[in-house]
Structure formats: C-alpha cells, structure tokens
Ligand binder design. Sequence first.
Ligand code: 6GU
Length: 248
Amino acid sequence: MRIDVFTIFPAIFDSPLREGLLGKAVRKGIVEVRVHDIREYAPGKHRQVDDAPFGGGAGMVMKPEPLFSAVTGALGYGMDELDRLRREVSVIMLTPRGARLTQSKVAALASLPHLALVCGRYEGVDERVLEHLCSETLSIGDYVLSGGEFAALVVIEAVSRLLPGVLGNEASLREESFSGGTLEYPQYTRPADFRGWKVPEVLLSGDHAAVERWRREAAREWTRKVRPDLLGEEVEAGGEGGAEGGEE
Ligand code: 6GU
C-alpha cells in the first residue's frame, strides 16, 4: 500500500515511521509512506499557507492553493485531473470535523491501494479543499488536537498492522473479538504472586473451559464499567460481531 502524507510539520513523522512494527512494515516495503511539506508548494517569498477567515472570527484558515498544488503536484496529476486523482487515490482530510474512525473503517482503508492523508492545521481548512480535493474526512475521536498529524499517524499505524505480512493472523482474530461487543479480557503473566497481588486462581488451573468462561465474564464486567455504550449496541460500527456477548 502507498500512503502520501501532506503536512506543514513533516518531521513529526520521522521516528514513528522508523520504530516498532510500523518501522518494520516500512522497511519490508509492505507500506510505502511519503511525507510531503505543504509549505514547499506555497507560492511567494513567505510561503504562506494560512490566512484570516472570511466573515471574521478567531484563528487562521489553511489556504486552498498550497493544498491543491501539493497533492496534485506530488502525486503527478495536473490541476485539471482532480476527477482522475480522486478515482485513483483516496484523499482523506484529517479534521476534528470529520467522520469518526472505527475499526471497520480502518479495515476498509487497508484494502485500498493508495491513500493521501491531508493534515489540517490551525482552526480550519478552506472548505473547497474538502469539497473538491478530498474524497472524505476522518476524525480519531471527540477531542481536539492542534493538527491532523497525530491523527494521520493513528490511521497509518492502525491500517498498516492489518496489511498482509505485518502481523500474522492474530491481528484479525483480536479485531473480531473487539467488534464482538466487549473490550479485551484482563491478562496476567509471571509471577503468579507479585507483592501479594495474586493472579486469579482459575488461570492457573489448566481448565480451558473454565478459563474461557472467566475471560468472557471478566471482559463483560470490564466493558460494563468503562464502556457501557458498547454493550448497549447491537453491533459496534466495526463489522462482524454480534453473535456473542450481544444478549441480556
Ligand atoms: Cl483528525 N484532527 C484534529 N486536529 N483534532 C482531532 C482529530 C483530527 N481527531 C480528533 N481530534
């Protein structure tokens, strides 16, 4: 998969793309990420990428020209080829105004050949960028970041781990358990007694059916405590799911 990122802070992406599983996927060539500096496409001596909002109000708005130039130019399309660009590349604006990212959305993105992630900054982006350059918008949750960079990294990380050859198979199995209606069950490892805090007896019993029951119940209990909304829903906006842990 190819991912092009458009940002005014390209250095933010340096170490996340080198470290861990994502770094490995990049080195293996499973995901090819190219980071582009929007400012290099801004005209004039000042390379201005933002301006005051029409109609007044606080904050600055990202100008359309540098964003259109950056995305078309870097991807090798003419300014008159926006339709072909949007057919061939999924151009996604990261913004707190965007549609919410879910695991099912992540899986859908992982099946695409080419993403372009546009990182919004400041208090907004000229709406014509959303209307005529981007094919969709995404937000990673109901809180505000000062820019889309960390959200883009979240998308890259979540998508990359689903690509064939990155994880092995356990990824998709775990994803299924997440979309099955509850969060994951608690995990323990050695020592069985740490400063007097003991691992639940049943996990040491060797009784696989009992372990299974305990995990299912512990997962439900935990989910009820921290994410009751997940239990109230038929199927979490995340594909599959439903059969188990859905009743009550
Ligand atoms: Cl994609 N961008 C910004 N600036 N803030 C966010 C977000 C994105 N998703 C959640 N908060």
